[in-house]
Design a protein around this ligand. Structure first.
Ligand SMILES: [Mn+2]
Length: 387
């Protein structure tokens, strides 16, 4: 049987308040075209269907429209809940969509109570162990959460490993055995920007080590990490499909893909990536205002983050740049902070991030960590979207 492995759709996601609905529509149509051309039997969507627990009507429409296309082409679908999804919302969708071959697993259930989803086509049978995102608060007791953070993460890691290994106990002989999960696996690559790769470790996130993943599945289709990658240190073939679009500037330069997986019982699977082309690229351009404007010519259709080199913060600079380049969605000022006395700067010209960095320095007499800054940006983006 042939499967299409995708995930992290994040329908409804915007970039700095700008809609990406058109791109989502086009890339979902592209995924459908690939599925039809490749004659896949079923599609596994490995979590983070929506960007938020309460997506807008436009995001729901994108999903329903896409599902309608897949169902119309005779392709069965499994939707898995991710950490961004509302369990209740996805389950509600599943109540109806199961009738047309779109199955939903939003919450972990035992393998003998629906945790294993079965697909049948032309006399062949595939069993997919379906493990949505496992919430920390449901896995750990209140007491464990009160433990020092590291101990709580260790406990979470052990419990998740138990759940993963228990689920595959439901596999029966003679079928194709796959696993679909939404999880952070230690050592996965989270961003490759400007040549520097960053690996995230369990110390930094709730997750599982590659070695403790089960070896019984012929292929583990994972979602959660947005950079497509095959994990080479897992006991069975394991891959993150990645997201459909470059969702934020940390993902710039990433070639987005879906994966095609060919599986026959008791045989090694064949799996490969198929490139997606419909998303707008995200680029970061640095230099003076004129230099950034000139460079932008080489990136038609891109959303741009501009890092403007200036001697000192200057009022109205960002507005001038945005007038020249409407696709600039993020402007940062790069200047020698020792030269410019923080107290002297015009606060009204500073973006929220610069203001936060100044506040942090004043309070703690040191620089905020990259993780803290990343969290700040995420919160700012959420707050901007809500506003
Ligand atoms: Mn995600």
């Amino acid at each position: 049987m042939r499967f299409l492995h995708t995930g992290d759709w994040h329908l409804g996601r915007t970039i700095r308040g700008r809609s990406r609905a058109g791109e989502f529509h086009d890339v979902l149509a592209e995924v459908h075209d690939i599925a039809v051309q490749e004659r896949v039997d079923a599609m596994l969507v490995c979590g983070d269907i929506f960007d938020s627990a309460s997506p807008g009507a436009g995001a729901e429409r994108l999903l329903f429209e896409a599902l309608r296309e897949f169902v119309g082409s005779g392709i069965e679908v499994l939707l898995l809940g991710g950490n961004h999804d509302s369990v209740t919302r996805l389950e509600a969708l599943g109540r109806l969509s199961e009738l047309v071959g779109v199955r939903v697993r939003a919450e972990v259930v035992r393998h003998d109570e629906g945790g294993i989803v079965t697909f049948e086509k032309g006399g062949e049978r595939a069993q997919v162990a379906a493990i949505p995102w496992i919430l920390e608060r449901e896995t750990l007791s209140a007491l464990e959460i009160l433990e020092p953070e590291h101990a709580a993460r260790q406990t979470y890691h052990e419990k998740v490993a138990t759940i993963y290994n228990h689920m595959v106990d439901g596999f029966e002989d003679g079928a194709v055995h796959l696993l679909a999960g939404h999880i952070f696996v230690d050592n996965a690559l989270v961003a490759k920007v400007d040549g520097s790769e960053r690996r995230l470790h369990i110390d930094q996130a709730y997750g599982i080590s590659a070695a403790s993943l089960p070896s019984a599945p012929q292929y583990l289709a994972l979602g959660h990490v947005h950079q497509p990658q095959v994990l080479t240190d897992a006991p069975a073939p394991t891959a993150y499909c990645g997201s459909l679009l470059q969702l934020d500037f940390g993902e710039r330069g990433q070639q987005k893909v879906v994966r095609i997986v060919d599986a026959t019982p008791n045989r090694p699977v064949q799996h490969r990536a198929v490139a997606l082309t419909k998303g707008r690229p995200l680029v970061e351009l640095a230099g003076s205002l004129d230099e950034v404007v000139a460079q932008a010519d080489h990136h038609p259709g891109a959303f741009i983050r501009a890092v403007l080199r200036v001697d000192a913060p200057e009022r109205g600079l960002a507005e001038r740049l945005r007038e020249a380049l409407p696709d600039v969605v993020d402007v940062r000022l790069d200047y020698d902070r020792d030269v410019v006395d923080a107290e002297e700067a015009e606060f009204s010209t500073l973006g929220p991030e610069d203001l936060f960095v100044r506040y942090y320095r004043a309070q703690h007499q040191r620089e905020p960590s990259p993780e803290l800054l990343a969290l700040f940006r995420e919160l700012m983006e959420e707050a901007t979207v809500l506003a």
